[in-house]
Design a protein around this ligand. Structure first.
Ligand SMILES: CC(C)(COP(=O)(O)OP(=O)(O)OC[C@H]1O[C@@H](n2cnc3c(N)ncnc32)[C@H](O)[C@@H]1OP(=O)(O)O)[C@@H](O)C(=O)NCCC(=O)NCCS
Length: 225
């Protein structure tokens, strides 16, 4: 049995030991799993203060099974920080133009980052493709109406995740694959300003029962482990 643990506005909860402990557990799993790809990677940055940290945990022992960070453009602007992809304009040739179109598309841009899955608990999510599940959970937890969001990510090409997101909507072309400065492996830019009309209804049909099973005492998520 699993449950959802979501930390929102960490910056306002830093004196709550339950929240900071939960966050540090997220930092630990990110750090450990991304270090498989770069031995000295440091996976911690200012976006952690205001992004959503979306974790699926195991009820029996509260271990984190999987993790995703979701960062909204409005929070970036509020904190006077670039939208995460704006930091990569120099890295990916051709990114500037589609990114400008994406950021001005009239929807709320949400960036997915640092997705990871605890390999020793993989069986807990048997039969589920993580990126599809998180594109649903992450954005559902964000609180924005789903028809008002645009979504982006930089996908490590070696995991072949883009094929699972091609169907979500029309990707903006132009950004070249690039070596990511944090994890120096080839990444692909995903920019989807408009989800295809039936995308969310289709994902609801696929994941709504699972989402409901993740509720803790009827709550949308348990905020602390
Ligand atoms: C990224 C991650 C969540 C993917 O989990 P997943 O969806 O269960 O992925 P799978 O294990 O099913 O692998 C997906 C594909 O990547 C390939 N793959 C997985 N690990 C790989 C590795 N270390 N090297 C090369 N290819 C690898 C698999 O062969 C599989 O290929 P296929 O789709 O053609 O069958 C998980 O691997 C992870 O936590 N990685 C560490 C953190 C990370 O790098 N996150 C990526 C952010 S973009």
């Amino acid at each position: 049995m699993l449950y959802l643990d979501v930390i929102q506005s960490l910056e306002n909860q830093l004196t709550d030991p339950n929240v900071t402990r939960s966050f540090m557990q997220a930092v630990e799993i990110r750090q450990r799993l991304f270090r498989q790809n770069r031995a000295n990677a440091c996976i911690l940055d200012p976006y952690d203060m205001f992004s959503d940290h979306v974790m699926i945990r195991r009820r029996a022992d509260h271990r984190i099974v999987s993790y995703l960070r979701v960062t909204s453009m409005s929070e970036c602007r509020k904190h006077e920080l670039p939208y995460p992809l704006e930091n990569l304009e120099k890295e990916s040739a051709g990114l500037a133009e589609p990114l400008a179109e994406f950021l001005n598309c009239g929807k709320e841009p949400l960036h997915m980052g640092y997705m990871c899955l605890e390999p020793t608990l993989r069986k807990e999510l048997d039969g589920i493709k993580l990126i599809e599940l998180y594109a649903y959970l992450g954005f559902r937890c964000s609180g924005f109406p789903l028809d008002s969001v645009a979504i982006s990510a930089t996908l490590n090409v070696k995991y072949h995740m883009d094929q699972w997101m091609r169907d979500a909507g029309t990707w903006l072309d132009g950004a070249a694959d690039f070596k990511h400065p944090t994890i120096p492996e080839v990444h692909r830019v995903m920019l989807i300003p408009k989800l295809r009309e039936n995308y969310w209804p289709d994902q609801h049909a696929k994941f709504d029962a699972f989402y409901t099973s993740l509720k803790w005492d009827g709550e949308d998520s348990r905020k602390v482990a």
